[in-house]
Design a protein around this ligand. Sequence first.
Ligand code: AMP
Ligand code: ZN
Length: 119
Amino acid sequence: MVSSCIFCRIVAREIPAKIVLETELAMAFEDIHPQAPVHCLVIPKSHIESLRDATSSDAPLLGEILDLARRVAEAKGASAGGYRILSNIGTDGGQEVPHLHFHVLGGRRLGAKLVRDDR
Ligand code: AMP
Ligand code: ZN
């Protein structure tokens, strides 16, 4: 746990979040500034800064995260209509929170815009 990291603090229950689902290694919660009717974040409980910092030994963890993202879309009712999973990496990728996270966006027809275009 990195005590200065907001998502580590959500995992530690030091900062409140609307948790949707969790597994041993991963957690899903509602994005605080939703960009679509369904907008959740799926994160590893351990601190990895971004996909750039993951290694092949993280493959089981990444699989668990993507499986959880799929289950989140189903649980939120976005599965049948289709949805988008994306992960911003580093400064040029538009990453604001330096703890790996996958956005799960859906519940309406998404445009070509990326998640941060309108901010
Ligand atoms: P990114 O720009 O890809 O790093 O996305 C960070 C996301 O985290 C943004 O969509 C924020 O709205 C979201 N966010 C930041 N702080 C919180 C928080 N305390 N709880 C839930 N979502 C948050
Ligand atoms: Zn962290």
